[in-house]
Design a protein around this ligand. Structure first.
Ligand code: NAP
Length: 292
């Protein structure tokens, strides 16, 4: 029987990962690993832990497991490590792969919407402002949010992660670097602002996209429809309503009134599902089907 170990089993993503794995078609034995437990032998180790812990665990697990699926940001920018959304770039996983990174939640929603447009248009530049849920910061932030004095109550906080040398935040740099890597568009310009808002679950993005060619607004719905896991319609989707759903939702699509090379739209999706545990489960399903 295939053994799957979840590290960080008591965290927000770890707990949901356990639920998500129940959808796997193949049988498996689940090993639950919390912060007080020792690393275990398994076929697949899923690290639902922060960067530092994932780094340490990955070293220890090298000889104890066939595959490591890491939910943290630690390895995402390593050129030899695939950064995978199974509906977009499963081909990045090869026979030599041991460790697979699952992307940043905000980036996942963005690239799910850009990927189908990439088939028809030369995407040159994307601007977005994010409206990111509290649960994106893990269980400690969700706990803090319950406190009436929390900075995050009835507020918007334009700082997620840490501020880097160029004054971008680590979260904003993930939007830039991970979009380029997943879409295999190393030159696409990504300009973004990442903001934490008082929503418990589901991230949203206001996006402006520029292509080399003029957009044909009428054909875009059918292009979006080619992307598995994406829903586009004219109904306005809000984060509250999409929490608990698997798809990434696009709405409020419109052409720029002054420049046909621009479109604007709204994305919202469950950050803990497609932004984390569902994507992790889909990577695991792919590994089980192809390699185990
Ligand atoms: N939340 C999201 O929307 C989201 C989306 C995409 C990616 N991610 C990434 O996924 C990872 C987990 O996020 P999260 O939101 O679930 O964080 P979280 O709620 O803080 O959970 C992290 C868990 O890791 C556990 N842990 C610490 N050291 C460990 C060890 N040595 N072995 C096993 N478990 C250990 C912690 O245990 P204790 O309970 O004992 O402290 C905690 O339960 C992070 O890297 C995050 O950046 C999160």
């Amino acid at each position: 029987m295939i053994k799957i170990a979840i590290y960080g089993i008591n965290g927000l993503v770890g707990r949901l990962m356990e639920e998500q794995l129940k959808h796997l078609k193949q049988p498996y034995e689940l090993l639950r690993v919390g912060s007080q437990d020792k690393p275990v032998e398994s076929d697949i180790a899923i690290l639902c832990t922060d960067d530092e812990i994932s780094f340490k665990l990955a070293q220890v697990l090298k000889d104890k497991t066939k595959f490591i699926v890491d939910m943290s940001a630690k390895f995402r920018n390593e050129p030899d490590i695939p950064l995978v959304i199974p509906e977009i770039n499963p081909h990045a996983i090869t026979k030599e792969t041991q460790l697979i990174s699952s992307p940043n939640c905000t980036t996942t929603g963005l690239v799910m919407a850009l990927n189908p447009l990439k088939k028809k248009y030369t995407l040159e530049e994307v601007f977005f402002s994010s409206y990111q849920a509290i649960s994106g910061g893990g269980k400690k932030l969700l706990e803090d949010f319950k406190n009436p004095e929390s900075l995050y109550r009835a507020n918007c906080v334009p700082l997620i992660g840490s501020i880097k040398e160029n004054l971008w935040t680590s979260e904003e740099l993930k939007g830039l670097n991970e979009t380029r890597k997943i879409l295999e568009l190393p030159k696409i310009k990504v300009r973004c602002h990442c903001v934490r808002v008082p929503v418990e679950v589901s991230h949203s993005l206001c996006v402006s996209l520029r292509a080399k060619e003029a957009f044909d607004l009428k054909e875009l719905p059918s292009l979006f429809a080619t992307q598995k896991g994406l829903v586009y319609d004219e109904k306005i989707h809000t984060p509250k309503e999409v929490a608990g759903q698997e798809e990434v939702f696009v709405s409020r699509l419109r052409l720029d009134p002054e420049d046909k090379n621009y479109i604007h739209f709204w994305i919202t999706f469950d950050n803990l599902l497609k932004g984390a545990a569902l994507n992790g489960r889909q990577i695991v399903a792919y590994l089980m089907e192809k390699f185990l």
